[in-house]
Design a protein around this ligand. Structure first.
Ligand SMILES: [Zn+2]
Length: 438
């Protein structure tokens, strides 16, 4: 039985569209892909079916209505919906070849199942993105990262697909000199990395570039914003810098082109909505609908990234729309590209003591950066179990601490001084002025 404005005999055009509109328009093949994605979501995923039905949409509506009109009727999907989607995807998808996981802000890790089809599409989209950055078959590309947990395996695969002369993962050590010396021996023409990793080796890299002992001409960075002075310094030495844009839930979304006027978003593999956020008049929040993602199909998923839409055609001639990324609003803090979230850490800590309670978490700068957790004194005799639980639930933190990239200190604070002391977020004081770290 149809409800609301969806009369049984209504022609497809009478469905009311919301104010939402897709960035850059939606082409015929994207429309067709959306139609299939909607039908699959309805038939295979309980979570989506209940959302369709809640919005007054039946399977018949999905088959006969215009796909965009159906999409706009759905409510936004949030990070807290991802665990249920993940579990339903396990029942539905065969041939899972990988799982991408990152620290979630909901207390449960964000996990994306990757099918063979997902991986193949990812390779093609990444290869296109790197081609836009001017990576050519002659290039020798180093993917510089902290270690096996965050290694950019999909990057090297795409570079092989692109026919790059060399494409390899290079693991940074805690010693920047040794890292740059090792890299220089391989003499890459392109480095793909994470800004906080780059910043650690920037001084040594500059020395090498200034003395002409490095063929490096391109840097592609991902995962975090790159401070403007770091970019300007590299550009002054003839290195062209590109920002890659993606997320753990969706993989590649866009890339900066050689005109360097914002990021192009690939609107042929995802429908992107930029909806008003809580910021300034120009600020928008990115909402993504994946067209081909099988392991974690997303319909109107709010990424919570804040952007500004750049209107008009780009001098580079690419047809994809452009945005400037203003920041992420998911509350996580990045350490060398690994996202840490207060909620996940607190759940892991209190998982050791079967209960819940307050925690203060602060990240301070230094060699290495230090994660300081403050817990009530009643837990003081449980420190070993708390550390084990934290490392068990947060393998990225275990890796960073084990490899010496991050220190961990747990302080136990008397309950009498606890009042007015708690902060339900991870305070990032790494760039605070001297003396401000407490
Ligand atoms: Zn462009």
């Amino acid at each position: 039985m149809l409800r609301g404005p969806m009369a049984a005999d209504a022609p497809e055009s009478t469905l009311e569209s919301s104010a939402a509109s897709p960035l850059g328009g939606v082409g015929d093949s994207a429309r067709e892909a959306l139609s299939s994605a909607l039908a699959r979501a309805y038939s295979d995923f309980d979570l989506y079916r209940s959302r369709f039905l809640g919005a007054g949409l039946t399977g018949e509506d999905i088959r006969t209505s215009r796909p965009l009109d159906v999409l706009w009727r759905l409510p936004m999907l949030d990070a807290c919906d991802l665990p249920a989607l993940f579990r339903q995807s396990l029942d539905v998808n065969r041939g899972i070849i990988d799982v991408e996981a990152s620290s979630g802000t909901t207390g449960e890790r964000k996990r994306r199942l990757i099918t063979r089809g997902d991986a193949d599409l990812e390779t093609r989209v990444l290869a296109r993105a790197f081609g836009i950055c001017g990576v050519v078959p002659d290039d020798r590309v180093a993917c510089l990262d902290t270690g096996p947990l965050t290694l950019m395996a999909s990057f090297t695969e795409a570079l092989d697909h692109l026919g790059a002369a060399e494409a390899y993962a290079f693991t940074m050590s805690t010693d920047p000199t040794a890292t740059v010396d090792g890299l220089a021996a391989l003499d890459p023409t392109v480095i793909m990395t994470i800004p906080s990793v780059l910043e650690r080796v920037l001084g040594r890299l500059h020395e090498r570039l200034e003395s002409g002992r490095l063929s490096l001409r391109t840097i592609v960075y991902a995962g975090e914003p790159l401070p403007a002075p770091a970019r300007a310094g590299l550009e002054s030495l003839g290195v062209e810098v590109f920002s890659y844009y993606g997320s753990s839930e969706t993989s590649t979304l866009g890339i900066e082109c050689r005109s360097h006027c914002g990021l192009h978003l690939f609107t042929d593999t995802a429908i992107i909505e930029c909806v008003p956020g809580s910021g300034g008049a120009d600020e928008r929040v990115v909402v993504v609908t994946t067209l081909y993602q099988q392991g974690l199909p997303l319909l109107r998923y709010s990424l919570k990234d804040r952007v500004r839409v750049i209107n008009g055609p780009c001098p580079c001639g690419l047809p994809y729309p452009r945005v400037e990324v203003l920041g992420r609003a998911d509350g996580s803090v990045s350490v060398l590209g690994v996202k840490l979230s207060y909620q996940s850490i607190r759940d892991a800590v209190y998982g050791a003591v079967s209960g819940a309670g307050p925690m203060q978490a602060t990240l301070t700068g230094g060699e290495p950066d230090m994660l300081i957790l403050r817990l009530p004194t009643r837990l003081a005799d449980r420190e070993k179990a708390i550390r084990e639980s934290l490392f068990g639930h947060e393998p990225d933190i275990a890796f960073l601490v084990g490899a010496g990239f991050l220190g961990l200190r747990i302080d136990f604070v008397h309950e009498s001084s606890w009042h007015g002391f708690r902060k339900a977020h991870l305070a990032d004081e790494r760039n605070a002025p001297e003396g401000a770290n407490r």
